[in-house]
Design a protein around this ligand. Structure first.
Ligand code: ATP
Ligand code: MG
Ligand code: MG
Ligand code: MG
Length: 469
């Protein structure tokens, strides 16, 4: 079985042998875009090269980029534990052309890598194209020999990529792998496309136009290429699995979580172990990149992720901090590829342990209150918003933690009631408040955060420049 670590290296080596510079992963905290919450795609560190603001000594690059999608425009947090193919932290493999090669080469590179170097059977692959992109459809047919029914035209914005309201944009092609008839799901563009049968593995973006304010699109004199492939999804396929969480790396983390609690990784708490394994990665990598749990901004997203994992651990019987004890298992899996984990091991462990120590007492009391309140609810009745707010305000339960806890019981939270309770408290606080100019700015931020949630707020303001492969 090819390990995830070997797949990553093979990908980078392949593109290196085709003239691409191997560039190390950039930080999860975007260095060139203050409006973006986290690096959420491989192209983010290269934005200024695509717009032409910056040039470098190379015109082709390849990366394995650390990515977090737990806030803003791309928020996959609620998928984790429930889908076979979403993580909050994952690695995006990519190859990039900055005004160098274009569609034909991008398609050929991808196709040869998949079908020759990794020997994926051609009949299990499909490609989508943007409906108006006849050129791409023709190239797929010519280069790969795919039949017309395997080249699917999609007319929606899913297959048209834009960096922002203005700037580079263009059609894209997504490559899908077909897990076969025994798995439920329809091909891309069909009504049941959300099933697990057809999994998107690789997205090729053809940056062909520059969009001016007002919507006029001019052809770029030197079009560019941006691609992104999820390493975990690719590894699952190469390792003969249908589920990302069954790959070597994820499985080792799931087993560490189960072992720490003397449990069966595939027992009744299976999905909790998956959540813990996923959140362990986002937590450790975010701290390694300098994010610390806090009450706003990126730190609040991290805190939400950490507390959520901690609730799952607590539910599985953890009586004292265990989350940080899983860190060595992660370092065994990923420390060689990402030395920052090793370098910052002590800080990561202390931060995890400290947060868990602080939260455990609150968590226990909060959960007791929650189960007491739930026992009084009628069948299918939502949890009243003021209770969810009390859990947030007094016990430090992020709203999504409460929702996650209730989801297991098929219950929801009255979100409007939650917002109303939040607004009421704000009004009280404001009436009592006399502060400095700085605090005023903070209040504005908190108002927005209260309204949209921390990540949504940052995500909202980043909508214009948010990157999507
Ligand atoms: P999906 O439609 O499955 O949510 P996407 O179109 O949002 O994926 P892209 O933005 O195109 O994903 O990202 C490029 C690649 O990164 C995808 O083709 C996929 O392989 C991978 N990927 C995207 N989101 C995730 C995630 N949450 N966890 C793991 N891999 C992901
Ligand atoms: Mg997505
Ligand atoms: Mg997609
Ligand atoms: Mg995509």
């Amino acid at each position: 079985m090819t390990s995830t670590n070997d797949i990553r290296s093979a990908f980078l080596d392949y593109f290196s042998s085709h003239g691409h510079r191997i560039v190390p992963s950039a930080s999860l905290v975007p260095q060139n875009d203050p409006t973006l919450l986290f690096t959420n795609a491989g192209m983010v560190p290269f934005k200024n090269l695509f717009t032409g603001q910056e040039t470098r000594s190379y015109k082709r690059a390849t990366t394995a980029q650390k990515v977090v999608r737990a806030g803003g425009k791309h928020n996959d947090l609620d998928n984790v534990g429930y889908t076979a193919r979403h993580h909050t932290f994952f690695e995006m493999l990519g190859n990039f052309s900055f005004g160098d090669y274009f569609k034909a080469d991008a398609i050929e590179f991808a196709w040869n890598l998949l079908t020759k170097d990794f020997a994926l059977p051609k009949e299990k692959l499909l490609a989508t194209v943007y409906a108006e992109d006849e050129e791409a459809a023709g190239l797929w047919r010519k280069i790969t020999g795919l039949s017309d029914d395997k080249i699917i035209r999609i007319g929606t914005s899913d297959n048209f990529w834009r960096m922002g309201d203005t700037g580079p944009c263009g059609p894209c092609s997504e490559i899908f792998f077909d897990h076969g008839e025994s798995v439920f799901g329809g091909p891309p563009g069909s009504p049941d496309e959300d099933g697990d049968r057809f999994v998107e593995i690789w997205n090729l973006v053809f940056m062909q136009f520059f969009e001016e304010a007002g919507g006029v699109r001019n052809p770029l004199p030197r079009p560019s290429i941006d691609t992104g492939m999820g390493l975990e999804r690719f590894a699952a396929i190469l390792q003969g699995k249908r589920d990302n969480y069954d790959t070597d790396t994820m499985r080792a983390l799931i087993e560490a979580s189960a072992a720490a609690l003397s449990q069966d990784p595939d027992g009744p708490f299976k999905s909790s172990h998956r959540v813990v394994a996923d959140h362990l990665r986002s937590t450790a990598f975010l701290i390694a990149d300098g994010v610390l749990p806090s009450k706003d901004g990126r730190g609040y997203v991290l805190r939400r992720i950490m507390r959520r994992a901690m609730r799952h651990l607590h539910m599985m019987g953890a009586k004292e901090p265990v989350f940080y004890r899983l860190l060595p298992a992660l370092i065994r899996q990923m420390g060689a590829a990402y030395p920052e984990l090793v370098q910052h091991q002590a800080l990561i462990a202390e931060t995890m342990k400290g947060e868990e120590e602080r939260f455990t007492a609150l968590l226990e009391r909060g959960l007791a209150l929650l189960s007491d309140e739930v026992s009084r609810l009628g069948d299918k009745e939502a949890l009243p918003g003021d209770v969810a707010f009390r859990l947030y305000d007094t016990f430090g339960f992020p709203l999504d933690l409460t929702q996650d806890a209730l989801r297991e019981q098929n219950r929801t939270v009255d979100e409007n009631g939650f917002s109303a309770a939040m607004a009421e408290q704000r009004a009280r606080a404001r009436a009592a408040w006399t502060g400095s100019g700085d605090a005023a700015a903070e209040t504005v931020w908190f108002d927005a955060r209260d309204k949209h949630g921390a990540s949504e707020f940052l995500g909202y303001s980043s909508e214009k420049t948010d990157a999507e492969i």
